[in-house]
Design a protein around this ligand. Structure first.
Ligand code: 5GP
Length: 196
């Protein structure tokens, strides 16, 4: 039987440029009871990003101290920067019955799959490599070398797709958001069903 007092852990993953952030923000606009786990990162904020909202921007030294103290459920080096999810962030919300959404890279998602029995993993997939490249360029925030590195990493990440519970193809934003919402509803209803 599902633990009805505890929230559900959803992990949204997939290559950068797949549109994880955009899809996740839309899902949050539509659904209540979800909590976004704000990752720590050593990368510099992009224009418009806010500390404590988009990320917790911290120096590399503080990040590594947290690694040593075992504060992270998962962490990874992504495109030369460190990113991590705090155990405290996830557990505090799950314990009060909130469903928690992690939006993380594939290396991190695989660590969470190893450590947590109970999670719902969703791979958000770009429609094609050409489209992924177009989206990475459209951001305008990365130089050519960074774009090339992100594309190379994306191909490696796509190889892990079979390990996920669900795959959502982001060929159309509204459709991808609806599919993501159906997945959330499916597990929420399943938990309710377990109570019968
Ligand atoms: P960006 O720098 O574009 O915001 O993120 C780069 C990549 O790092 C994205 O794929 C993003 O999902 C991932 N990422 C963000 N937060 C975390 C985290 O806490 N852990 C891991 N493993 N990856 C993360």
């Amino acid at each position: 039987m599902a633990d009805r007092d505890r929230g559900i852990l959803f992990v949204i993953s997939g290559p950068s440029g797949a549109g994880k952030g955009t899809v996740r923000k839309e899902v949050f606009r539509h659904l209540d009871g979800l909590s976004f786990s704000i990752s720590c990162t050593t990368r510099a904020p992009r224009p418009g990003e806010r500390d404590g909202v988009d990320y917790r921007f911290i120096p590399r030294e503080s990040f590594l101290k947290k690694v040593e103290s075992g504060d992270f459920l998962e962490w990874a080096e992504v495109h030369g920067n460190l990113y991590g999810t705090l155990w405290s962030d996830v557990n505090e919300n799950l314990e009060i019955g909130k469903d928690v959404v992690l939006e993380i890279d594939v290396q991190g998602a695989l660590q969470v799959m190893d450590k947590c029995d109970d999670l719902v993993s969703i791979f958000l997939c770009p429609p094609s490599t050409e489209e992924l490249e177009r989206r990475l360029r459209a951001r305008g925030s990365e130089d050519e070398d960074t774009i090339a590195l992100r594309l190379k990493n994306a191909l490696g990440e796509m190889a892990e797709i079979d390990k996920y519970d669900h795959v959502v193809i982001n060929d159309d934003l509204n459709r991808a958001v609806e599919e993501m919402e159906r997945i959330v509803a499916l597990y929420r209803n399943r938990d309710k069903g377990d109570l019968a």
